[in-house]
Design a protein around this ligand. Structure first.
Ligand code: ZN
Length: 336
């Protein structure tokens, strides 16, 4: 499901000499949708929003329209795991294990995303249609997301990059009873082989003189204007502006497969103990899928048929083995 009201601008540009590219997005609406879905604390909203922003940008760097990228932070901090997946179009979804977890602000008043995430590892999984997806793992450096991605891109993809990402939130527990994202976004700038010292020095100078990305977005700066500031003094071309959305790939059929995967015993127990309809919720987008008792019994019947067939196969194999016809041992596969 694509949440149309989360339409957000993402802009791609490249220096005219082709040695640096930048992708910048204003993901305020997407992050606010995440806040609506999981009611996170202020710090959790910032952590999830930053991860979703870099994931969306990395999605637009994929090569084929069917590719996906998943960024996962596995820290030992109170928020637990953060997972975000984006497709080739930059459409993204995100999940944080403990959205209510929070930590005190830093002495300078900023949200302490690093403390909320803690230490551990982060991974990037690119599903590019091969049998095995590409997996890159890197230690969490500060847990502030931008630093971690910079390190990951350098060590795992050998690309020197500048990653800026930020989220500003307002706590509106009184009226809306949730955290609101007032501004969020980021950019990834990557240097290609052959970038001149002048270009690198100029970009460094520009980047250090800029205020934080979330502040710029809150002040109404567009991705095009932000790119202009990062690449000031360098000739560049704007490629395109694309709309990115909060999008989830869940379907009722997938939840049905999930129930089947629980196995016959669990499914029978669920059906027996559930008084009304069984309600399942997608933890990425909050969509609810209900299963009536008739639907639950349908799944149970399918599982019974499945086991009956397996038992029959097993018995016929045993019979053959007893005859010693092929000398092979009859092996029962584990059903999961
Ligand atoms: Zn979903």
């Amino acid at each position: 499901m694509t949440f149309e009201n989360t339409k957000s601008p993402l802009v791609r540009a490249m220096t005219r000499d082709g040695t640096a590219r930048i992708i910048c997005a204003d993901t305020t609406r997407i992050i606010d949708k995440a806040c609506e879905i999981c009611s996170p604390s202020n710090t959790a909203a910032a952590a999830l929003g930053r991860v979703m922003t870099v994931t969306s940008i990395m999605g637009t760097m994929l090569k084929n329209s069917t590719d996906t990228v998943t960024v996962r932070f596995n820290g030992d901090g109170p928020c637990g795991e953060i997972i975000s997946t984006a497709d080739y179009n930059g459409d993204v979804r995100g999940y944080i294990q403990n959205p209510e977890a929070d930590v005190p602000r830093k002495p300078n008043g900023k949200l302490d995303v690093g403390a909320l995430i803690g230490q551990g590892s982060m991974s990037v999984v690119k599903d590019i249609g091969m049998k095995e997806p590409y997996v890159g793992i890197s230690p969490i450096i500060t847990g502030e997301i931008g630093d971690d991605l910079t390190q990951y891109l350098m060590t795992s993809e050998q690309t020197p990059s500048v990653v800026a990402v930020g989220v500003r939130v307002i706590n509106d527990k009184d009226e809306l009873h949730r955290t609101i994202c007032s501004a969020g976004g980021g950019y990834i700038l990557q240097l290609m082989p052959g970038a001149s010292e002048d270009t690198i020095a100029r970009i460094e100078k520009n980047v250090t003189s800029l205020s934080s990305i979330s502040m710029m977005i809150e002040n109404g700066r567009t991705p095009i204007e932000i790119i202009g500031m990062v690449l000031e003094g360098i000739e560049y071309d704007l490629f395109d502006t694309i709309d990115v959305y909060y999008k989830c790939s869940c379907t009722k059929e997938r939840f049905r497969s999930g129930l089947r995967a629980l196995g016959l015993n669990d499914m029978v127990n669920i059906e027996k103990n559930e008084k009304g309809d069984l309600e399942t919720v997608c933890h990425f987008c909050g969509t609810k899928y209900t299963f009536t008792h008739a639907e639950m019994n349908e799944i149970i019947d399918e599982l019974k048929d499945h086991y009956r067939k397996k038992l029959k196969d097993y018995r016929s194999r045993r019979k053959n083995d007893d005859k010693g016809s092929d000398g092979k041992e009859g092996k029962e596969e584990n059903d999961t």
